[in-house]
Ligand binder design. Structure first.
Ligand code: DX5
Ligand code: ZN
Length: 227
């Protein structure tokens, strides 16, 4: 499993000002984030509709952050080439939207991007274990996807722990990412459970400053959590 020292903070642009996205991307980079999380939503897989590959294409040249694209869309295989061409470093698809998940993972990797698998809160880790070693990232949703500003679902903590233990044994190269409701109040627990990438929207963009938001998560993440 990745060491805590490799921890990545991934601000979600879903919580940024859509009228100033390039500025937001630059600002979170200056604030000390390591990744940039693009929440792509199609209004079908999730009720909300956000943006597509053109947004990644527009932002990518403006940032040196790792561009982490989270596809909350039906039939992601149709659009994966567009996101790779747009410059995505990692593309995460939902197992719930992929009847042929292994083929989609192969498609992403054959095009040169990292491949992530996302699990909705109700989806068990066992649903993806058999193909997970071919992925580069596992995303555990700690909210029901579609919106920022929701509360972290504590039921996901045992799932994060189970995933971290499984990855430690079977696929230590994989990033364990947790997305949804991450705050300084729960970041320590989530990292102690094994998360190494924290996606956060409202707790960063709603902080007194972006740097305060990023710093608060990092500080909390490195506080050993005593259960
Ligand atoms: C929800 C998205 C999350 C969300 C995170 O569907 O995948 O990335 O934007 O926002 P917060 O941190 O506000 O829950
Ligand atoms: Zn996301």
């Amino acid at each position: 499993m990745k060491s805590v020292q490799e921890l990545k903070i991934a601000p979600s642009l879903l919580s940024a000002d859509f009228g100033a996205m390039a500025e937001a991307a630059k600002a979170v980079e200056q604030a000390g984030a390591e990744w940039l999380h693009f929440d792509v939503m199609d209004g079908q897989f999730v009720p909300n509709l956000t943006f597509g590959a053109p947004m990644v294409k527009a932002i990518r040249p403006q940032t040196s952050l790792f561009c982490d694209v989270h596809l909350m869309i039906q039939t992601p295989c149709n659009l994966i080439p567009d996101f790779v061409e747009a410059g995505a470093h990692n593309i995460t698809v939902h197992v719930e939207a992929c009847p042929h998940l292994h083929r989609v993972i192969q498609q992403i990797k054959s095009l040169g991007a990292g491949a992530g698998i996302a699990l909705n809160p109700h989806t068990p880790l066992e649903a993806v274990m058999d193909v997970l070693p071919e992925a580069d990232l596992l995303l555990i949703m700690a909210v029901n996807p579609g919106y920022g500003g929701q509360h972290f679902i504590p039921l996901m903590l045992p799932k994060i722990e189970r995933a971290a233990q499984w990855l430690q044994t079977h696929a230590p190269h994989i990033w364990l990412e947790v997305d949804g409701g991450i705050t300084p109040e729960n970041a320590g627990q989530v990292v102690s459970a094994g998360a190494r990438v924290l996606v956060a929207g409202s707790s960063i963009f709603g902080a007194s400053s972006l740097k305060a938001g990023v710093d608060a998560l990092k500080q909390a993440a490195f506080q050993p959590f005593n259960a």
